[in-house]
Design a protein around this ligand. Structure first.
Ligand SMILES: *[C@@H]1O[C@H](CO)[C@@H](O)[C@H](O)[C@H]1NC(C)=O
Length: 479
């Protein structure tokens, strides 16, 4: 005790090396104990998360995509409401704004192909504000459609997050041998290069997506005003080239993962240079503007020095480290602010005449928003250019009819519970493997799903794991 008192008294003046030396055994013992305890705690946490994840995957696996059917005794409308709630889980795993939008489009199209009335609710997402009862951040960005249908309809179907890791095919998947949902589709055609590849985007994909966009993704007046005034003051009288450049390391890694070569800044500069030369030759005396959306300030500097500060336009946005820091600090409304910036970039690029870009979901959304925008995929050759800028072989009504036929066929596929035991086992193992190696994303996604279902308009069904099977949905479709 005296030792301790002396120690406390002297501690302010000098480092208590003598005391440390004297009690070295006790201290090492304590250190070992603390390290073990922390280790055990982590291990226990890991085990408990794993168990939870396994339990949740089993719930997930009951259907390829969690879908619940809610009967509403107060409802009078005979239409079936289809509530797209893709922000329940995925958005927590850090997916981009454009990816969230593409998933939403995929789901809206599925609802339409099933003959239901779609309405979108984004409750909690990286680009949403704090979640709460009745809050819908979709309408922060887009005009709401069929919002009343949730209360009016006798029956509603609620869609949860996307299919994991594979299962019910997307209504956009048309090529045999290819895989993926709309959010995975690529500008590049990897068919002859790798065995497993995502479907390449075609003029038909574009026409059908654009058809859905015209009906269901009208930008909110707030966003439209900002974009229109920027366009009117800086872009209305010129030929405009939209340029989207993503060069941060994460993007390069992703490209390598899909066996694609990440482009360099000079690739973008070269394509833009060629384009401006062409335009200057064809349209003598016409002004050219380059609207640039990039994740790095350096890119803007390079473009300005190459093409002149007056020609290069961009909105004020968070880029590079500032963006990472803002995200990290999770400043109030920073999610909505970031969503607004990405969305404004998307809309302004889509208002251009030419579009220089690489592989990215932001680029896909831009490409889909304006079917007359000419795509210049920087890693593409003449055949890629032709595919991406072709006229669709069918009009949007025929494309939608084909989508309905595909959805009917997809619905006829057996549910997971009906698979042969061996196939079920293989699928289970595959999912567990996915879970183990991609635990960060997948675990987080599952956690978010179970945290957020309380905001779902089918929360009780979700909480009781009352997921609809294909045949349940088929019954609703054939009413
Ligand atoms: C049911 O709701 C849909 C979508 O809002 C609407 O178009 C339709 O007119 C409604 N039907 C009735 C009978 O109110």
């Amino acid at each position: 005790m005296a030792d301790l008192r002396q120690c406390l008294r002297t501690a302010r003046n000098r480092f208590p090396s003598k005391m440390l030396f004297k009690h070295r055994r006790l201290i090492s013992l304590m250190a070992v104990f603390v390290i073990t305890a922390v280790g055990c705690f982590h291990f226990a946490d890991y085990i408990s998360v794993s168990f939870k994840a396994i339990r949740h995957t089993n719930l997930f696996l009951q259907t390829h995509k969690p879908i619940a059917i809610h009967r509403n005794p107060k409802g009078k409308n005979e239409s079936i409401a289809c509530v797209v709630e893709n922000s329940l889980g995925d958005s927590c795993s850090g997916i981009g704004f454009a990816s969230l939008v593409l998933q939403t489009i995929d789901d809206i199209t599925t609802c339409l192909a099933q003959g239901f009335v779609p309405t979108v609710i984004w409750t909690d997402c990286d680009y949403c504000g704090p979640p709460g009862n009745g809050l819908n951040y979709w309408t922060w960005y887009f005009e709401g459609r069929n919002e009343g249908i949730v209360q009016q309809a006798k029956t509603r179907v609620c869609m949860g997050p996307s299919r994991i890791p594979e299962g019910h095919p997307s209504v956009y998947l048309t090529q045999t041998g290819a895989k993926g949902e709309l959010v995975d589709f690529r500008f590049a055609d990897m068919k002859s290069k790798v065995t497993e590849y995502f479907q390449p985007i075609t003029a038909e994909t574009r026409a059908l997506v654009n058809h859905v966009i015209s009906g269901y993704l009208k930008p909110a007046a707030r966003v439209r005003n900002v974009v229109d005034s920027f366009y009117q003051s800086d872009m209305a009288d010129s030929i405009n080239i939209g340029v989207h450049v993503r060069l941060e390391a994460g993007h390069a890694e992703e490209m390598t993962l899909y066996h694609q070569t990440p482009p360099k800044l000079q690739d973008f500069v070269q394509v833009v240079q060629r384009l401006t030369d062409d335009i200057t030759a064809k349209h003598v005396g016409k002004e050219i503007r380059i609207f640039l959306a990039s994740d790095l300030d350096e890119v803007i500097e390079e473009f300005k020095s190459k093409f002149g500060g007056k020609r290069v336009l961009h909105i004020d946005a968070l880029r590079g480290e500032t963006m990472v820091i803002t995200r990290f600090l999770e400043q109030r409304n920073s999610g909505q602010l970031m969503g607004d910036q990405v969305f404004s970039d998307i809309l302004l690029m889509s208002k251009c005449d030419h579009f220089v870009h690489h592989e990215s979901n932001v680029a896909s959304v831009v490409y889909y928003f304006n079917p007359n925008l000419q795509s210049h995929y920087v890693s593409g050759d003449a055949s890629v250019f032709r595919r991406l800028n072709a006229q669709p072989r069918f009009d949007s009504e025929e494309l939608f009819r084909q989508a309905v036929a595909r959805e009917m066929r997809n619905m006829a596929l057996p549910d997971w519970q009906d698979w042969p035991l061996w196939d079920r086992f293989k699928f289970w193992v595959k999912t567990q493997k996915f879970l183990l190696f991609d635990q960060v994303n997948f675990g987080r996604q599952l956690k978010c799903f179970y945290k957020n279902i309380k905001w779902s308009t089918c929360r009780n069904e979700f909480l009781r794991s009352q997921f609809a099977s294909n045949s349940d949905i088929q019954k609703l479709m054939s009413r």
